[in-house]
Design a protein around this ligand. Structure first.
Ligand SMILES: [Fe+2]
Ligand SMILES: [Fe+2]
Length: 398
């Protein structure tokens, strides 16, 4: 197996890291990629606003999920350098990896600066005996010429080295220093993955302390997305887009529909155990069916988290609460969220086009069809139907 190893302080992880990792994975034909956030890097002192290692680790994990979605290979995050006592050297990390992946091919990924000073690292010869190095130029100024000189020099000094250099087209230059300055000034930086941006806002990192209950949309959106697994982000953005259109068409409050859509699945990735703990914490009463079904539970816990953390109002709270089962006598906003979740653009199931047509023809006609389709599908799988779903159907027929 060909494995890429990408270490760094990731303070914070940004689009420059992500695009480089994804491009390198494709060009090298990697089958696995391991991000390794550094503990205390030997070559530089951390900036004074650097969040503690656990926050950097959490942000790198968000980036890794996105890298996995984009490359479709296994991407993991190693805590080995964060957990190591004292100063951390790449050679130590590679010794560990070499032991773990004895018959695999390792490639160490690095940016220009690292590549150009490689001969000054601790034990460069030993590093090169354990892995190939792949350097990528991330900016216009990282010319192939510069790479060629260093490549030649290293090849002479370490004759058995495997060295590849890539100039990645269309990769924007990102300066972490600049990015941190932008964050502390505006709370927002363009070159961040939305989930990472949201994580920074929620944790108040880099001087971004803000009131989560008063977030403008440009901050609320990433904050909401930061709860999600990367693979669910397109679904939630699709739900937002559809909810806004449905609200405009059928006269629901557009901003409430947007907020409800952005937050509707915010607890979806939590384990059953964590969901139940949230219910306990907030005193949410559950019926027997909800107690056993994570899919039903995330609507209740999502609503409570949206209210507690982001201060959503009762209408939004209710819309999130009922987005999986529906119920008798739903408000327009509740119908809008239920259906936006069902028909947003990334949904692709048999009958979705018929459902979309019905929803745009008449909201209640669409809702009745959606509920009926759910019931049929669940009966087909032998699941118990929640009484609120049956109640919703009955009230629409009545
Ligand atoms: Fe959901
Ligand atoms: Fe959803």
């Amino acid at each position: 197996m060909r494995i890429g190893v990408y270490g760094g302080t990731f303070d914070p992880p940004h689009m420059g890291h992500l695009t480089a990792a994804v491009a390198a994975a494709r060009l090298l034909g990697l089958e696995k990629l391991i991000f390794i956030p550094a503990g205390i890097p030997p070559h530089k002192e951390l900036a004074n606003q650097t969040p503690d290692a656990q926050h950097r680790l959490a942000m790198v994990r968000l980036m890794a999920e996105q890298a996995a979605v984009e490359t479709k290979i296994d991407v993991s995050v190693s805590t080995v350098e964060i957990e190591r006592e004292g100063r951390s050297y790449t050679v130590d990390t590679l010794r560990g990896l070499r032991g773990e992946y004895q018959s695999d091919e390792l490639w160490l990924l690095m940016g220009t600066d690292m590549f150009l000073t490689f001969q000054n690292w601790r034990a460069p010869e030993e590093i090169l005996s354990m892995c190939g190095i792949c350097a990528f130029g991330r900016s216009e100024s990282d010319t192939e010429e510069l790479f060629a000189v260093q490549r030649q020099y290293l090849a002479q000094r370490f004759p058995n080295a495997r060295i590849t250099t890539l100039t990645l087209p269309n990769v924007v230059e990102v300066s972490s220093t600049q990015l941190r300055a932008e964050l502390s000034a505006n709370g927002i930086a363009r070159e961040l993955l939305p989930t990472v941006q949201g994580y920074i806002l929620r944790a108040g990192l880099y001087g971004t302390e803000c009131d989560l209950k008063q977030l403008p949309l440009e901050k609320l959106r990433p904050a909401a997305l930061s709860f999600l697994h990367a693979k669910r982000v397109p679904h939630v953005l699709g739900t937002e887009e559809t909810a806004v259109k449905l609200a405009e068409r059928y006269g629901a409050d557009v901003e409430q529909a947007r907020v409800a859509a952005l937050l509707h699945d915010c607890t979806k990735r939590l384990s059953m155990e964590d969901q139940l703990a949230l219910c306990e914490l907030y005193g949410i009463e559950l019926d027997e069916l909800e107690r056993e079904t994570a899919k039903l539970l995330h609507a209740k816990t999502g609503a409570v988290l949206a209210r507690d953390l982001f201060g959503v109002n009762d209408a939004v709270y209710a819309a999130i609460s009922w987005h999986t089962t529906g119920k008798a006598g739903m408000t327009t906003l509740e119908k809008v969220l239920y259906l936006a979740d069902y028909i947003e653009p990334t949904r692709d199931f048999e009958g979705v086009e018929r459902l979309r047509e019905a929803v745009w023809r008449d909201l209640d006609e669409g809702l009745l069809l959606g509920l009926t389709m759910t019931v049929e599908e669940m009966r087909g799988k032998g699941y118990v139907i929640h009484p609120n779903t049956l109640g919703a159907i009955e009230s629409l027929r009545g």
